[in-house]
Design a protein around this ligand. Sequence first.
Ligand SMILES: [Zn+2]
Length: 435
Amino acid sequence: MKKVLTFIIVLLVLIGVVLGITTLIKKESEPKLEDLIKTTEEDNFSIEDYSIFGTHLNMSGCIDKTISGDLSLVLKNLENEITIDSKFENKNGKTCFSISEKNNDGLYLDGLDTGEYILYVKDTIKGEKDIDESKYYTIDNKSIYDNFEYYTITRNNTNNKIEMTFNELTDKEINKKYTKFTIKEEKLPDDIYDITLDAGHGGNDPGTNNTLDGVTYYEANYTLDIALALEKILEDAGLKVKMTRTTDVNLPFYDDGGRAVIPNEVKSKYSFSIHLNSSEGVMSYGGVEVYTPNDINYELATKIANSVATLVGYSLKPSDKVLDGVYYTYFNENEIQKSKKDMESNGMKPYDIKVGAPEMYMIREVGGINTKAYIDGRNEYYGLNKYYNSNQTPEPYLLELAYMNYPSDLQKLVSSREQFAEAIGSGIKEYLNIS
Ligand SMILES: [Zn+2]
């Protein structure tokens, strides 16, 4: 009996050992993502700068030597290789890449499939008989920014979470730094939103006004009503919308609860500030003006402008016009010098204003480094925009929907605010390709 028991125990131990070894071997032989790194070139590229604006990632970087090959930026894993549209150039003994000159036109993050990828520079080389002998360079991070985390816009009630992380692989013979993308389906956390809507003015600041048939109309009432109607339209399309205000109150600009801070606090991908225009005297024209960030493609702005123009037409204002109904107003060198003098004469420290910085704070300060924000807390009077230096921000727009002092525009507003919300909503939905 004792012998049988011993035999069984020995047998069980043996089975255990064999099973253990086979799983170990299996694990060893199954290729891992990180194994790809072991076959890459010895030296590497380095990210020098990167930013996320709205739904797009932009990036630039270099390697300390000249490579004259067929270079491309790729995201690669064991099954797939995604080529990222990019440009390469040789300068001063370096080879450098960049994704896009336009802030909102880099790698479209919402278009990436789930999975884990490593970011490489690929030098495509075809050997004899078309055998692929391409070389891969890993990419490390020399920018001042650390890892990023991003949630895609809600579609069909789902989101992807994207993490770009900077890692190091240390093995017996290799030591390599690399950049990894991890993309998985994950529900939007409670405090993160797709879009922020800001109803301009409110409370002790009624904005502009005009009187029609003996009744005085105030901008702040219309901006709020339109924003609330738009909130419902976008939510009905499945988007998660954050409002800067939902009642007749005024808000600070930059401090906690500030209009320009909220869109960043909730990590929204877009921010729309809603206003109505006015000018001195009675206008000879009305129409829509969509104000935009700098250095962008105007696809979204154009869609909103076209849509609102079906109600009130395009503004005929010639200055700062980029396209029909699309405007970009920014600081030039003269204005910067003047602002510097004005601030100094008022006992304030001049801001570091860069040429091309949008004049409207709801665009400039919401967009962080992408829109050359500068409210860095040096003057107590203006406070601090704690996101002025952020490289991951919403893509911000300011909509001057119509002129309150152009009679037919005001008539349109008075007769139907809902139509303006619908027009903006259909422009946004068309751009995002959601219904
Ligand atoms: Zn306004």
